[in-house]
Structure formats: structure tokens, C-alpha cells
Design a protein around this ligand. Structure first.
Ligand SMILES: *Cc1c(COP(=O)(O)O)cnc(C)c1O
Length: 230
């Protein structure tokens, strides 16, 4: 296989996001492409950065901390944390992230709030919702979103911006549409503007359903090493 060309893959993903925006009658500036760089080396992130990418996402807390150190010279790079987070690792995210996409419990919000308040750097958060009908380990059930929103809104240092979902893997991207619609309706009920939804296989459907943040890994950086399960 020839070496994966991050810059050209990134250009093609951007073009697809733009096309999906046009098709939906949306402004391209309303959708932020978050390049999910988990398991990929700092060099791959530098290549995407050199091609103009600024928002990057990780989903392992220590990996985020280590990469943020390694790439500290890229001062306008914005880190998103999109993975499940153990409370005792909240400090790694609080120290560097601008946005945490997967807040799913009040206890974690309290710990993050303490950490970011001590550091004097507020954190945007999105509440992760389990919109799929299948049982999933992560995310609050739709009927608990209001309660979680109220708890997190009371935590100093955290700004609740929206909702996030990871629909179960499906054969056709179209099959995620109902989940995306459900997330959008829940966000509207809560008066929240940001919708983090859509990955490599279904980001165009997500954009057509109102995604404001799409999380794209494989389509930009190529396949992840096989040892990585999710
Ligand atoms: C890995 C990951 C992604 C990116 O998945 P791809 O299918 O590689 O685009 C998006 N969101 C989360 C939460 C992830 O863990």
C-alpha cells in the first residue's frame, strides 16, 4: 500500500462536508469537522494541521495528554475529547480540551468542574445520549437528558452546549438517520444548539440532519491499527 496521504484525504472529506451542507441548504461555517486522531501518531496530526485542520479529537485520556504535550507548539490547535472518561482521569481532559463530547453523568461533571475551575479554563461540554434502541454502555437514556442537563448546568466552569450520540454500527448510513433526528429533537427540547453526530460512514446523513460537529477519523487518517477495537 502507498503511504496514506492525510492532506488529500482531508481535502476530500472537507469537500464532502461542504457538499452535504449545500445539499441541506446550510452554511459550511455551521459545521465543524473534528479530525479524530486516536491511535495515529503526532506526525499524522501535524500533516492535517499543515493542511489547515485545527479541531482534533481523541478518545483515550492519557493519549490526549501525551499528544497535547508533543504538539504544544501548535498553539491554535483545538483538542476535543470524545471518548468515555473515568472520573479519575478527568484531570487529563480538563487540562487541555476545549470541548468534551461524552459527558454522561453528574459525578463526572462535578469532578471536571473542580478541575477546570482550579485551572481557570472553562470547558464546553456535550451530553452523550444513547439514542439507539440497542443496549449501549454509554450515554444517558433520552428520558434522562433533562435531569442531567439541569445537574451539569449548575456546575461552575462547565458550559453545556449540546448533545452527542454514537449510533450503533449499521450496514447503511441511512439507517442512522432516525437516531440523528431523535438527537436533534432532544436538543431542541433542551434549548441546546450543538449536535455532535456523524462519523466516517455516516457524516453526510448527520449533516443533512443538522450536525454542527462531525467526528471523522478513518476517512482522514486511514484505518487504525487492528489492536484497537472500537
Ligand atoms: C473513533 C471515533 C470516531 C471516528 O470514527 P471513524 O469511523 O474512524 O470516523 C468518532 N467518534 C468517536 C466517539 C470515536 O471514538
Amino acid at each position: 500500500m502507498p503511504p496514506h496521504d492525510v492532506a488529500s484525504a482531508l481535502r476530500s472529506v472537507r469537500a464532502r462536508v461542504d457538499a452535504a451542507c449545500r445539499a441541506a441548504g446550510r452554511a459550511t461555517a455551521d459545521v465543524t469537522l473534528v479530525a479524530i486522531s486516536k491511535t495515529h501518531p503526532a506526525d499524522a496530526i501535524r500533516a492535517a494541521y499543515a493542511a489547515g485542520q485545527r479541531d482534533f479529537g481523541e478518545n483515550y485520556a492519557q493519549e490526549l495528554r501525551d499528544k497535547a504535550r508533543e504538539l504544544a507548539d501548535l498553539t491554535d490547535l483545538r483538542w476535543h475529547f470524545v471518548g468515555p472518561l473515568q472520573t479519575n482521569k478527568a484531570k487529563y481532559v480538563a487540562g487541555v480540551a476545549c470541548c468534551f463530547h461524552a459527558l454522561d453523568r453528574a459525578e463526572l461533571a462535578v469532578e471536571l468542574g473542580k478541575r477546570v475551575s482550579a485551572l481557570g479554563r472553562p470547558l464546553d461540554v456535550l451530553l452523550e445520549v444513547n439514542v439507539g434502541t440497542e443496549a449501549s454502555k454509554h450515554g444517558v437514556s433520552p428520558d434522562m437528558v433533562g435531569a442531567l442537563h439541569r445537574s451539569v448546568a449548575a456546575v461552575a466552569g462547565l458550559n453545556v452546549r449540546g448533545l452527542m450520540c454514537i449510533p450503533p454500527p449499521r450496514e447503511n448510513a441511512e439507517d442512522a438517520r432516525a437516531d440523528f433526528q431523535r438527537l436533534r429533537a432532544l436538543a431542541a427540547e433542551q434549548g441546546l444548539a450543538q449536535l455532535s453526530m456523524g462519523m466516517s460512514d455516516d457524516f453526510e446523513v448527520a449533516v443533512s440532519e443538522g450536525a454542527t460537529l462531525v467526528r471523522v477519523g478513518t476517512a482522514i487518517f486511514g484505518p487504525r491499527p487492528a489492536k484497537e477495537a472500537g
